[in-house]
Design a protein. Structure first.
Length: 317
């Protein structure tokens, strides 16, 4: 059965972590941008005292706002589903149809899987198939269901200094390496980071070129990493949905797209209730909700009116 005290304690720890993480991210990203491109100036109005005050106000909100409700459902998902706005749409619809309150934890797939291993989540929506298989084979998951897909894309500056536009993904990466063109990686053990590492290996290298001076890791989510790449004139690998949702008004373009090696599958995993006290009933209801025909149709249409194409595709498309 679902234990509200367990979920209250877990959600408290998660929220404190998220407040600390996002409060410090602003400082870190600006430091990284300056290291890659010293000519990039910090934005005006940068006020350390203000950042500190906002941090403690946010932490106070976390402390006051924690509660234990038996109808709470804890979902871990990737930054790509959150950055695009898809999860907001799905959660609003689910909460409107049920008595559940969804608490969303956004992290890279690697971090989300570790949280689920500890029983801090009820279910996951992630996109790292090999890591997911290992998670299931290790007994941490009860059920794994494919929900949707899109593509990874190789993006970079419009002037394309490495001259990779239109090449295959492996040839493009090798050309970036040969010319020492700037490349920005998430470096956060996310599904996108895992895919990028695999692509470097399949391009004839033993590993990603993390020791080269043209290769940088942000340790951040996709939106933040794309911002660093755009501001420093670097290439990067992104999921197509996040790139479409965040690239407006920049000179960043897609150079490699919809290659068969770049398919990006998102799956829902219910955490094994035999190992942890989770909200199994709520997790199964959310899974059944996502695979429902009308919700699958909503997913396949999401983003079309705004971007001219869907951000995600269902398996019937």
């Amino acid at each position: 059965m679902f234990d509200p005290d367990f979920h209250s304690d877990s959600w408290f720890a998660v929220r404190v972590f998220c407040v600390v993480f996002h409060s410090l991210k602003f400082l870190y990203l600006n430091t990284l941008i300056l290291r890659i491109n010293p000519q990039q100036l910090l934005p005006s109005g940068y006020d350390m005292k203000l950042i500190t005050n906002l941090f403690f106000c946010s932490l106070l909100t976390v402390l006051v706002g924690c509660s234990s409700e038996s109808s709470t459902l804890l979902i871990g998902t990737t930054t790509s589903t959150e950055n695009t706005g898809l999860m907001d749409m799905l959660i609003d619809r689910f909460e409107g149809e049920t008595d559940y309150e969804v608490k969303l934890v956004t992290a890279g797939t690697g971090a989300a899987l570790k949280m689920a291993e500890r029983g801090d989540l009820d279910l996951l929506l992630v996109h790292a198939p090999e890591a997911e298989k290992h998670f299931m084979e290790s007994g941490y998951g009860l059920d794994r269901t494919k929900i949707m897909q899109n593509w990874f894309v190789l993006v970079g500056p419009k002037d394309d200094p490495a001259d990779i536009n239109g090449l295959g993904i492996h040839e493009a990466l090798e050309k970036i390496a040969m010319q020492g063109a700037r490349f920005v990686s998430r470096g956060d053990d996310s599904g996108t980071h895992k895919k990028e590492q695999a692509l470097w290996r399949s391009s004839g290298r033993s590993k990603a070129p993390i020791d080269r001076d043209w290769y940088y890791s942000t340790g951040q989510g996709m939106s933040a990493t794309l911002t660093v790449a755009q501001q420093t004139g670097a290439y990067s690998i992104s999921d197509k949905g996040t790139w479409l949702a965040t690239n407006r008004g920049t000179d960043q373009v897609v150079h490699v797209d919809q290659n068969e090696d770049l398919v990006n599958v998102y799956s829902l995993i219910i955490v094994n209730p035999g190992l942890h006290k989770i909200n199994e009933v709520g997790a199964k209801k959310f899974r059944d909700f996502l695979v429902r025909e009308d919700i699958q149709l909503e997913i396949s249409r999401f983003g079309v009116s705004k971007y001219g194409e869907p951000l995600f595709y269902t398996f019937d498309d």
